[in-house]
Design a protein around this ligand. Structure first.
Ligand code: CAA
Length: 391
């Protein structure tokens, strides 16, 4: 099959924010038993963006190590996937292109379909590489998840970006056909243009996600995909890590298998390590799951991984990846752990202040406080233009 040519993820790097809010602080503030967060939804803490961080600075921070390792020569396309977009016209990827010094002979575009956007970007990248195997595509998934304060969704916020270099003869994971697809017009989670925080029907969103799992799997098997037993692990979109457990249990039930807790943990446990401490990173979430799996598993050489990407609204895709021999030499495990460990804990009041702030829309000069210790920062909004700096 043409789509089984060796094309896939050649490199993967992620970045997260300057700050972190432990769920213990949230629980203390709202009087929730912390077990609801730690066990009930499977979250320990959530990344919180500094005043001078946004999806551009996170995306640039995720992609910079990839450029440092591979250079810019073969990159002809940048696809930036996000659902926390900063502009209705200009792609956030154009700012990243500039911050990273990519060649002018590049196409840059932004993609949106809730948390599914990065998987669309990955599949489009594979199509482009298939057409011209001399090029590589830089896929960036970057999001800051924001729900209303004191709402049930508040505990499932987060912030992170994943950058992936997609090309021929990949060093990490070969992406294989077929894909199982599912689209349904549902209002489970959405964010109208005039709102900063998402609207969500929590229980409806869980049901919609599980229906999408079932729908993608049906299409995947009808198109001749692998049998369930052929997969060594499964990377699910993780709005909160417990959702991956719910989803995998549902998939096993759909396929007529017993839902053995130990087997579910074996199949997905290692994919949840980064998401449990970063929180929901929307488009980046499923690929943070992949990073955690590759960084922690003993040896996955030649093994098949199942991916379930879900974006509210809703669009979902199930597809397979095969882990390439020698992949461990190309991992960024240390850098990933450091990105998580370097975050500075916030107290609840400081988190609340950051959550409530927004730029005035008056076209004036609005510098930001210098908070991030990262390489890239959003220095100001000046005359309605975002001003970025590289240190
Ligand atoms: N100890 C242990 N567990 C506890 C507990 C305690 N003290 N107290 C409660 N729990 C358990 C509950 O039993 C429940 O477990 P089950 O789901 O297994 O039944 C779990 O903790 C959560 O409790 P509630 O259902 O009462 O929680 P809630 O109503 O406050 O909200 C939520 C949960 C709906 C996920 C909410 O956080 C939310 O709306 N989040 C945003 C929406 C979301 O993430 N949806 C996921 C699918 S949509 C998607 O994937 C796209 C996306 O990225 C948004």
């Amino acid at each position: 099959m043409a789509s089984d040519a060796a094309i896939g993820i050649h490199d993967l790097s992620f970045a997260t924010s300057e700050f972190v809010l432990p769920h213990t602080a949230l629980a203390e503030h709202n009087g929730t038993e912390v077990g609801k967060y730690h066990v009930g939804i499977g979250q320990r803490s959530m990344s919180v963006a500094a005043e001078d961080e946004d999806i551009v600075t996170l995306g640039a921070a995720a992609a910079a190590p990839i450029i440092a390792r591979h250079g810019t020569d073969e990159i002809r396309t940048v696809v930036f996937a996000t659902e926390s977009s900063i502009d209705q016209a200009k792609s956030a990827g154009v700012y990243v292109h500039s911050l990273l010094g990519l060649p002018t002979a590049t196409r840059v575009v932004e993609l949106k379909q809730a948390c599914y956007g990065a998987t669309a970007a990955l599949q489009f990248a594979i199509g482009l590489v298939h057409r011209d195997p001399t090029q590589r595509v830089l896929v960036i998934a970057s999001d800051i998840s924001k729900y209303e304060l004191d709402s049930p969704g508040e505990a499932t916020q987060g912030a992170a970006a994943v950058a992936m270099l997609v090309g021929p003869d990949p060093a990490l994971v070969r992406i294989e056909g077929p894909s199982g697809l599912f689209t349904a017009d549902v209002m489970d989670f959405w964010r109208p243009n005039y709102r900063e925080a998402a609207l969500v029907d929590g229980q409806e969103s869980i049901t919609a996600y599980l229906q999408a799992v079932e729908g993608t799997w049906k299409d995947y098997t009808e198109r001749g995909g692998h049998a369930l037993e052929e997969f060594s692990a499964f990377c699910y979109h993780q709005p909160f890590t417990k959702m991956a457990y719910k989803a995998h249990r549902h998939l096993l039930n759909t396929c007529g298998y017993d839902t053995d807790d130990a087997e579910i943990k074996r199949a997905i446990g290692q994919t949840t390590a980064y998401n449990a401490v970063i929180g929901n990173s929307y488009t980046a979430s499923v690929y943070l799951g992949l990073a955690a799996l590759l960084d922690q598993a003993d040896d996955l050489t030649g093994k098949s991984i199942g991916f379930l990407s879900y974006g509210s609204g809703s669009v979902a895709e199930f597809f397979a990846g095969s882990v390439v021999p020698g992949y461990r030499q190309h991992l960024r495990t240390e850098a990933h752990r450091e990105a998580i460990d370097r975050r500075r804990p916030l107290d609840y009041a400081a988190y609340r202040w950051l959550h409530q702030r927004s730029f005035p829309a008056d076209g004036g000069d609005h510098p930001t406080q210098e908070q991030t210790s990262g390489t890239f920062r959003l220095a100001a909004l000046r005359g309605h233009k975002r001003i970025y700096e590289r240190h």
